[in-house]
Design a protein around this ligand. Sequence first.
Ligand code: HDE
Length: 711
Amino acid sequence: MTKKTKANSREQVSIHDQKLARGQGGELNQTAEDGFEVLTTSQGAPVADDQNTLRIGARGPALMEDFHFREKIFHFDHERIPERVVHARGYGAHGFFETYESLANYTRADVFQRAGEKTPVFVRFSTVAGNKGSADLARDVRGFAVKMYTKEGNWDLVGNNIPVFFIQDAIKFPDLIHAAKQEPDRAFPQAQTAHDNFWDFISLTPESMHMVMWIMSDRTIPRSLRFMEGFGVHTFRFINAKDESTFVKFHWKPKLGLQSVAWNEAVKINGADPDFHRRDLWHAIQSGDFPQWELGVQLFDQEFADSFDFDILDPTKIIPEEVLPVRPIGRLVLDRMPDNFFAETEQVAFMTQNVPPGIGFSNDPLLQGRNFSYLDTQLKRLGGPNFTHLPINAPKCPFAHFQQDGHMAMRNPVGRVNYEPNSFGEGPRESPARGYRHFPANESGQKVQLRPESFADHYSQARQFFISQTPPEQRHIIMALTFELSKVETLAIRERMVSHLLNIDETLATEVAHRLGMQSVPKAAPAAVPTRQDLDPSPALSIVERGPKRFEGRKLGVLVADGVDAKLLKGLMSAVAKEKGLVELIAPKVGGVTASDGSRIEAHHMIDGGPSVLFDAVALLTSPAAIEDLLKEATARDFVADAFQHCKFIGYDESALPLLEKAGVAQVMDEGVIPLPGEAGLAAFVDELGKLRVWGREPSVKLGSASPPIA
Ligand code: HDE
């Protein structure tokens, strides 16, 4: 019987039968009489029927009188608020910040006064260009926004995972973002900078060249939010109780070390699991493996600022750690997911101007512009001035002021007096001693619209970044630039970009030109300041140099089949667990396999649902009986071939050799394809996995380009 005829016949049946029929599965349609809380309208009226609108006869028109239906649909129609113009796709978590030692000499910020002090924190990670529903592994900068609920007010350190930015003046931000997001006539590409408009703007904006090196590096395709750094970017001030100022740059360093994926892998992850980063953070926190970062500071005075090679107000420059070491001052631990994504992650309102006493701004023109922009944005997004009443945005310390009324005012003053001064002796008063004091910097000069000359060197630190990378990382920058520019249709834009690259590094420029198939290399772009050749490489800028050297927090994907050696599998799982890594099993069917000892082992994924791009390393534990079937599975071959071309370690037992052959790997085995030793050697195998990738293999797999790789 079709649904329609079912409904027709129901007109005649008893009330009892109608109830069973609601929601199509009568027996699942439980009611409050079964012990559930009573469903109500938002006015609190109990609801008797949430399955059917009120109408005249079962087949008749709906009635305006159905207030429950109207209220429900009205509310649903208004569920969305404007998504962020930038950083729309984000994921947040709660945690705490623990101070290592008192920094009272430098700052009166309450959060830094006492060793061991724990301050509640909410962090939101994000991509920049993509819309809310875009995929996690877009090549993009990641936002790293931290809200600390200190005892003297909220402190928002709204940073990125890259320590520099594209532009030097906030007035260029709308242009940058317009150029980066979808082109306005066609509304694509989504979450990608690989298009004409972006590279057109960039190639006309030489100040972005340092940032270009960072965004074309593996920093923009992190393996996990847990394995990336964060930076405050701008120079800020610490201000102590004597109103003395020290300049400060903030760094977040992940406890588990840095790690990124390969570009070809990122593209495939986006298809296999667009929520890869969210899922990773969710699982880590839910399983009690709380991600941690150390907060470090680079502290310096005016004398250092005056003697440094570049202007410390210029947000396109870093101070290399080798020149000014990063001093760890506390740790951030994320230990709780929000109860509700919308209420917390979506409605959280970060604002660079949220600073407690003891933390101040520098004159960085980008920071100054941001201090204007963020408040404005929140008003638009959250619909009124009372967004600070939302629990995620409200301070957790006592607060008192005379602001009142407005949309959705939820904390309303009581009593007669709503102003000061007043002579009734009521209400809060300012406190010159405890209150926020701006650093009394001396400022003078003409009113001008002028870029400082000290901001004019656009290439030297770009070069320094490039020469600080290991050969595989340099190769990735070249391949990324080639990929992005290959999507640019206007030849003049490609050429203009290569002309900038020539000012950074000649090999870089000629490799990109060659891979783009340019017939000749264009002339170098005119540079306002010639590129300095004397800046030493900074190893701290390399991800590979800063890798974890251990498998902790990483995931091994084990491809299993019926007849898998039960002892070996168990041994491998416990060796990985000992290293605090994770194991997931991939099998032809998700229901699992029957092991050699007859035990049944459930799988986490079927092969199609668990491609090797989701894992940091793989192992192949099959059996002579099952291998023939596996050889017929294209997905099983892809599993192995991808793991190999993404330079992952592959462990295997002998029975899996034919699969390695079928995937074309057996013919080119290297030290990263490892026969699984007996149980005794498993710990050493897992230890080897700590190297994460066999980058030496990369030139031979020629991923992403037909032309020969650079040395
Ligand atoms: Fe932002 N930025 N930004 N930005 N930004 C926003 O605020 C802006 C910049 C950053 O998870 C917006 O609430 C201007 C640098 C993060 O909610 C908006 C300029 C850095 C987030 C805005 C910059 C950032 C934002 C959009 C140039 C790294 C996400 C939605 C002067 C240090 C915060 C919103 C979250 C969000 C403006 C440049 C980081 C429009 C005008 C540099 C992590 O207000």
